[in-house]
Design a protein around this ligand. Structure first.
Ligand code: UT7
Length: 325
C-alpha cells in the first residue's frame, strides 16, 4: 500500500509583472533583484479573485487529470498564508464549496512556505490511518496583496499562484511518498511575519492598516541554507539512500542564492536542484506544486525517479519529503 501524487493542476495568474515594471514604483533594479534572488518576474492575481479562486481552479484541473470527481474526495487540505478570511472560515471550506465537493472534511494548514510539505505529510498519514482513497492537497497564495510595497527588501520577492495535487492511496507498494521529516524552530517566529495590524482595530483606531509581510532577511536566509543542508543529511541518515540516488531535489522557490549556497555545502551540482523562481518569484506554499507541475510538463519526472522536496519558511518551519515518482 502506498500514497502517491496522481495528478497536478496549477493556476498561474495571467498578469505577469517583470522586475523592470517594478522599477519606478520601487527603488530597485532588475540587476539587483536578479543577482540577489534569481527572480525575473512574478504573476499577480486578477482584481477581485481570492486565494480560494486560484486554489479551486488548480484543484479542478488536478481532478480532471486524475479522472476523479469532487464527490470522491475524502478530504481537502489547503496550505496558505493568505487565506480569504483572517482566521475563519478556512480557505479549504471555500474551495470545497467552489468545486462542489460538499460534505468532506476541509481545513487549512499554516506553516508558511513549508505549508505544502506539512500538508502532504498530514494528508498521506490521514489517507493511511482512515483508509481513505483520494484527497486534494493545495498550496495557494495571493502574497502580492500583503506585500509592503514601501519595503524594497521584501516586496520584490513574492508572487501569486496555486498548485494542487490529487493524492491517492493505492494497493501496490514501490511508488509514492516514502518518507517525510518535519520540524520547526519557533524561536525564530519573529523573523518572518504577516503583521497583525488588522486585528488592532479599536474604537480609537477604527481604520487600521492592512497586514503586511515583515522579514529579517538575513536570519531567514541563514535559516534556509541551514534547513536545506540539515534536512538532506537527516533524510539520508533516516533512509537507505545516497544523494546520488536522487534524480531531482525540488526546493521551495524563495531565492536561487539560498539553493546555490546549500548545494555548495552539500557538494552537489546546482543542476540537481530544480529552480523556476525566475518566472514566478516566491509563491510560498504554492511554489513546490507549481515546480512539480512544470517539471512534469517538461517530462523531467519519469516513473520510478526518486525525488526530494524541501521546504522552509515562516515559523520558522522546515520539512522534506522523499517520493518515488
Ligand atoms: O520563503 C522564505 C522567505 N524569505 C526568504 O527566503 C528570504 C531570505 N532572505 C534573502 O533572500 C535575502 O536576505 C534578501 C534577498 C531578502 C536580501 O538580500 P541581501 O543580500 O541579504 O541584502 P541586504 O538585506 O543585506 O541588503 C543589501 C543592500 C542594502 O543596501 P545598503 O544598506 O548596503 O546600502 C539594501 O538596502 O541592498 C539594498 N536592497 C536593495 N537594493 C535594491 C535591499 N533590497 C533591495 C532592492 N533593490 N529590492
Amino acid at each position: 500500500m502506498s500514497v502517491l501524487i496522481r495528478s497536478i493542476g496549477v493556476h498561474i495568474p495571467e498578469r505577469r509583472m517583470t522586475n523592470d515594471e517594478l522599477v519606478g514604483r520601487v527603488d530597485t533594479t532588475d540587476e539587483w533583484i536578479r543577482s540577489h534572488t534569481g527572480i525575473g518576474a512574478r504573476h499577480i492575481a486578477a482584481d477581485g479573485s481570492q486565494t480560494s479562486d486560484l486554489a479551486a481552479d488548480a484543484a479542478r484541473k488536478a481532478l480532471e487529470k486524475a479522472g476523479i470527481g469532487p464527490k470522491e474526495l475524502d478530504f481537502i487540505l489547503v496550505a496558505t498564508a493568505t487565506s480569504d478570511y483572517l482566521g475563519f472560515p478556512s480557505t479549504a471550506c471555500i474551495v470545497q464549496d467552489k468545486i462542489g465537493a460538499h460534505g468532506c472534511p476541509a481545513f487549512d494548514i499554516t506553516a508558511g512556505c513549508t505549508g505544502f510539505i506539512y500538508a502532504l505529510d498530514v494528508a498521506s498519514s490521514m489517507l493511511e490511518a482512515k483508509n481513505g482513497r483520494h484527497c486534494l492537497v493545495i498550496g495557494a497564495e495571493t502574497l502580492t496583496r500583503v506585500s509592503d510595497w514601501s519595503d524594497r527588501a521584501t516586496c520584490v520577492l513574492f508572487g501569486d499562484g496555486a498548485g494542487a495535487v490529487v493524492l491517492s492511496r493505492i494497493d501496490e507498494g514501490g511508488r509514492g511518498i516514502i518518507k517525510s521529516i518535519l520540524g520547526a524552530d519557533g524561536g525564530g517566529h519573529q523573523d518572518l511575519v504577516l503583521t497583525q495590524a488588522a486585528r488592532t482595530k479599536t474604537f480609537e483606531n477604527p481604520n487600521p492598516i492592512h497586514p503586511f509581510i515583515a522579514m529579517n532577511g538575513k536570519n531567514v536566509y541563514n535559516f534556509a541554507v541551514k534547513s536545506i543542508t540539515v534536512l538532506v543529511e537527516r533524510i539520508l541518515h533516516a533512509s537507505a539512500y545516497n544523494l546520488s540516488d536522487f534524480r531531482w531535489i525540488v526546493p521551495h522557490q524563495a531565492n536561487a542564492r539560498i539553493v546555490q549556497a546549500a548545494a555548495k555545502r552539500l557538494g552537489l551540482p546546482e543542476e540537481r536542484f530544480y529552480m523556476n523562481m525566475e518566472e514566478y518569484a516566491n509563491t510560498s506554499a504554492a511554489s513546490i506544486p507549481i515546480a512539480l507541475h512544470e517539471m512534469s510538463q517538461k517530462d523531467l519526472l519519469k516513473s520510478g525517479d526518486l525525488i526530494m522536496l524541501l521546504g522552509f519558511g515562516a515559523g520558522l518551519t522546515f520539512g522534506g519529503t522523499v517520493i518515488r515518482w
